[in-house]
Design a protein around this ligand. Structure first.
Ligand code: IVH
Length: 717
C-alpha cells in the first residue's frame, strides 16, 4: 500500500479556499481511480482507501455546499459507498432444486410426479426443460410495472438489497411492458456473464497484476455485490428470467406461458427452453444441451425440468426446501483432484515466460485434462493472492495434489492445493531466471507480473510464436499454414522468417527434397498451400501492421495506425523518423508527437511501435518481406459523411446489421464507435431491448436514433 500522507486536517478547520483546493484534488484523484477501476479493471488502491477518499470529499461538500457542482464526486453515479447491503425478506422464499445425476433419476422424478398426481398410466405430464445457468439467482420486484427492488437469494428467506446495482444491468427492464401487468410482480432468474467477457477481464487483471476472478460465476457474483453501482455498471452482466415469487395475478397458467409473458414484459429468457412429452425427450434435451454447452458462450451446470401446469405445481408443492415439481439434472462434476507432475515454462511471442502445470491426466466434466494454466510466477507463489477465497495464499509445488476446475470453455485452473497430501520433501517452486528456449536472461520489469526473455531475436521460441502470429486469422490468415505447419517448417529450417513463407515455393522448386514428399503432405496439399500463400501477396495495411507482432499492437491499434498513415510508405517513414527522435530524455520528434496524438493510441503503444522500428534487425526483416508482397493502402475514413468525427454508440439488438457490421460501417464513415454512453456521445443507435444505455442517453440529452433513422442519416435508406 502507498505510504500514508500526513493526517488530513479536520474538515471543520478548513477555510473555504483550502476546501476548494482539496476538493479539486480529490475529484481528480477519484476520477483517475474510477477510470482505472471501471475502464481498465485495474485499481491501484484498496477499496477501503478509495472509500476514504470519497468520504473525505463528501464531508467537505457537506460543510461547504457552495462547492458542490454537477461534476463533484458526490454527484457521480454510485457516489456514496453504501457500506453493507440492506437485508430484504423474500415475500415468497427462494428455494433450491433437488438433483438428478442419472437417466434413472430423471425417470424416477417423472414417476414420482405421476404417482403423486395419480395420473393414468397413459398420461405423461408436459415438462419444461431448460439449461441450468451457472450464475447467481436474483429476485426483482415490480410494483405497478416499475422496478422497485432487486435482491439476491441470500439464505433463501432473506437476501441482500442490490437494487442500485441491478438497475445497471441492460437485460433487466426498469418498467414492464404490456397492457395487463399485475400490480405486484416478482420476476426471478439468473445473473451471469459471458465467458469471453470473463476471460477478457482476467486477461486485463493479469496484465495489471491484480487479482483475477476464479470463474465466471464468482466474477458475476462479485460484480453484482459491489458497493458502488458504477462498478457493476462497468461489468457486462446479463440476466435470464425463468421463475417468479409474489404475483398479485397470474398472467398464464403454465410454466412455459409464464416465461413467454416474461419475454413480452421485456425480459430476456432462454431461447433453448422447450416443452417435452416423455422421459426420452427430456434425456434427448439433456444430451443436446450437453453437446452445445461449450459453444453457448456462458456457463451452465446442467438442465432443469419443471412440470408445466401451474395447478399441478401447486398440488405437488415442496419437500423440505425443494419443489416436488422440478429437478436439476446436473452435468458431471467440473472439478477433479490430481497430482501436479511438473511445471513447464512456455515462451510466448513477446518473450513472456508462462508456467503451465503438467498434471496426471484426469477427467474433469467429461474431458481429459492434463494441463492447467499457472498464469505467472506470483500466482505459483501465491503472492498478491490474499483474499482469494479458493487458494487462500497457498503456494503450488511440484508433487502437490491439486483440485482442477474447468469452467465452460475456460482453460483449466488449479483452484486449490490439498495441503494434507503435500509430500514432505516438496519444495517451493523456483521460477527460472533464464529463458528455457534460448538461455537468455529473463527479467521482470518493475510493476509487471510477467518475466520476459531478453533474447528477442535469438530466441527460437519467440521466433516460432511470432510466425504463428504472423499467419493467424486476423493477420495474414494463410489457409493450410497453421500453428502445426509453422512449427514443423521452422524446425525443418524451411521457414525462419516471415519472408521465408513467400520464398518457400521458389526454394522448393530448386530443392532436391520436395515439400510434397514430406510425411503428411502430397501434391495437392502443397499446391493448395502455395496458392494460399500467393493469394496473400497482396495484403491490407492493417493486417500487415498487426502481423508484425509489435507489443501492445492488437488488431484495433493496427487499424488505427493504418487509417492514420494510409500507406505503408508513410507509416514506415514516420516510424523511422520517430525512432531517430528517441533519446535519453524521451522522444521530441514531430513524428512521435503525431503518433502519440492519434486518438486511441497512448504512450505505451507509441513507445512500443517506435522501439520496434528502432531495431535494425526488425527493419531488415520487414524489408525482406516487402520484397515479396504488396501492401494495399488503408481505406480512408470518409471526412465529409454526416457522421464523421461523431461518437456513436450502438445498443440493443440490431436487426438489419450485426454489431460488427454496424461498427465497421460507422468507422468507414469517419465516426468513432464507443461501447458506453457519456456526455461525449453524439448519437445512440438503439435497437429493440436497449436498456441502460438508452437511459444514459436521455440523461445526457444525447440524440437517439432507430436503426432505420441511422440508415436514413447516412443516406442508405
Ligand atoms: S428454477 C424453486 N431454473 O439453480 C426453484 N433455477 O439449485 C426455482 N438456476 O437457486 C429455481 N438456472 O439459482 C431454476 N433455469 C433455471 C435455473 C435455476 C439456474 C439456479 C437458481 C437456483 C438454483 C437451484
Amino acid at each position: 500500500m502507498a505510504k500514508k500522507a500526513s493526517a488530513p486536517k479536520p474538515v471543520e478547520t478548513l477555510t473555504l479556499a483550502q476546501a476548494r483546493k482539496e476538493l479539486t484534488t480529490l475529484a481528480l484523484q477519484l476520477a483517475t481511480h474510477d477510470e482505472r477501476y471501471y475502464q481498465h479493471d485495474a485499481p491501484t488502491i484498496s477499496d477501503a482507501d478509495y472509500d476514504a477518499l470519497r468520504r473525505r470529499a463528501s464531508e467537505i461538500e457537506a460543510r461547504f455546499p457552495e462547492l458542490v457542482t454537477k461534476d463533484s464526486p458526490s454527484q457521480k453515479v454510485g457516489a456514496a459507498p453504501s457500506g453493507r447491503f440492506a437485508k430484504v425478506a423474500h415475500a415468497v422464499p427462494m428455494l433450491s432444486l433437488g438433483n438428478a445425476f442419472s437417466d434413472e433419476d430423471v425417470a424416477d422424478f417423472v414417476e414420482r410426479v405421476r404417482r403423486f398426481l395419480r395420473l393414468p398410466a397413459d398420461e405423461m405430464p408436459v415438462v419444461v426443460a431448460e439449461p441450468k445457468i451457472d450464475g447467481l439467482s436474483l429476485s426483482l420486484r415490480y410494483e405497478n410495472g416499475e422496478l422497485v427492488r432487486g435482491a439476491t437469494r441470500g439464505d433463501g428467506t432473506t437476501g441482500e438489497d442490490v437494487t442500485a446495482n441491478v438497475r445497471t444491468i441492460a437485460d433487466i427492464p426498469h418498467t414492464l411492458k404490456g397492457a395487463n401487468v399485475p400490480a405486484i410482480c416478482e420476476v426471478r432468474g439468473e445473473v451471469y456473464i459471458m465467458t469471453n467477457d470473463f476471460i477478457g477481464f482476467n486477461k486485463r487483471a493479469e496484465k495489471a497484476g491484480i487479482q483475477m476472478a476464479a470463474n465466471p460465476r464468482n466474477f458475476a457474483a462479485g460484480s453484482l455485490r459491489q458497493k458502488d453501482a458504477s462498478i457493476t455498471a462497468s461489468r457486462p452482466l446479463k440476466f435470464f428470467a425463468y421463475a417468479w415469487g409474489e404475483m398479485s395475478a397470474m398472467p398464464a397458467d403454465t410454466q412455459f406461458g409464464m416465461v413467454a409473458w416474461m419475454r413480452r414484459a421485456g425480459f430476456v429468457t432462454n431461447p433453448l427452453m422447450r416443452q417435452c412429452q416423455s422421459v426420452e425427450a427430456l434425456l434427448a434435451f439433456y444430451r443436446e444441451i450437453a453437446e452445445k454447452r461449450a459453444s453457448l458462450g456462458y456457463d451452465i451446470d446442467g438442465v432443469v425440468y419443471k412440470i408445466d401446469r401451474l395447478d399441478w405445481q401447486s398440488r405437488l408443492g415442496f419437500v423440505s426446501r425443494n419443489p416436488r415439481w422440478a429437478i436439476a439434472h446436473k452435468f458431471a462434476a467440473e472439478q477433479a483432484m490430481t497430482v501436479l507432475n511438473g511445471i513447464e515454462i512456455q515462451v510466448g511471442r513477446t518473450g513472456a515466460l508462462t508456467p503451465v502445470a503438467r498434471l496426471a491426466p484426469v477427467t474433469v466434466g467429461g474431458v481429459v485434462v492434463s494441463n492447467a494454466t499457472l498464469h505467472n510466477e506470483d500466482y505459483i507463489r501465491a503472492v498478491g493472492n490474499d483474499g482469494n477465497p479458493i487458494r487462500e495464499g497457498v503456494d503450488i509445488r511440484i508433487g502437490d495434489t491439486v483440485v482442477v476446475q474447468r469452467a465452460g470453455d475456460v482453460i483449466p485452473q488449479i483452484v486449490s492445493v490439498v495441503l494434507e497430501k503435500r509430500p514432505k520433501d516438496a519444495k517451493p517452486y523456483k521460477f527460472p531466471q533464464k529463458c528455457p528456449a534460448c538461455g537468455s536472461h529473463a527479467v521482470r520489469e518493475e510493476g509487471e507480473a510477467v518475466r520476459r526473455c531478453t533474447g528477442a531475436l535469438v530466441c527460437p521460441a519467440q521466433a516460432v510464436e511470432r510466425l504463428k502470429h504472423f499467419v493467424s486469422r486476423n493477420a495474414f490468415d494463410i489457409d493450410g499454414l497453421g500453428d502445426k505447419q509453422v512449427q514443423e517448417f521452422y524446425e525443418a529450417g524451411l521457414v525462419r522468417s516471415a519472408a521465408d513463407i513467400f520464398t518457400l515455393q521458389k526454394r522448393d522448386a530448386r530443392s532436391q527434397t520436395k515439400l510434397k514428399d514430406r510425411e503428411g503432405y502430397g501434391d495437392v496439399s502443397i499446391r493448395n498451400l502455395f496458392s494460399a500463400i500467393d493469394a496473400r501477396r497482396r495484403i491490407e495495411l492493417h493486417r500487415l501492421i498487426f502481423a508484425l507482432g509489435i507489443r501492445h499492437v492488437g488488431e484495433g491499434n493496427a487499424k488505427l495506425l493504418a487509417r492514420h498513415y494510409g500507406t505503408l510508405a508513410a507509416f514506415v517513414e514516420a516510424m523511422r523518423a520517430a525512432a531517430e527522435g528517441q533519446s535519453e530524455e524521451g522522444n521530441t520528434s514531430e513524428a512521435y508527437d503525431d503518433l502519440n496524438g492519434i486518438e486511441g493510441i497512448g504512450e505505451v503503444v507509441a513507445d512500443a511501435v517506435v522501439e520496434f522500428f528502432a531495431e535494425p534487425r526488425n527493419i531488415k526483416a520487414l524489408d525482406d518481406l516487402l520484397a515479396e508482397i504488396e501492401v494495399l493502402p488503408a481505406e480512408q475514413a470518409a471526412k465529409d459523411s454526416p457522421v464523421s468525427g461523431k461518437t456513436v454508440v450502438f445498443t440493443g439488438s440490431l436487426e438489419k446489421m450485426t454489431r460488427e457490421e454496424a461498427k465497421a460501417m460507422a468507422e468507414r464513415l469517419g465516426a468513432k464507435v464507443s461501447g458506453s454512453v457519456s456526455k461525449k456521445t453524439d448519437l445512440v443507435v438503439a435497437g429493440p431491448g436497449a436498456g441502460s444505455k438508452l437511459k444514459e442517453a436521455e440523461k445526457h440529452g444525447v440524440k437517439v436514433l432507430s436503426e432505420d433513422d441511422w440508415f436514413k442519416l447516412i443516406g442508405v435508406a
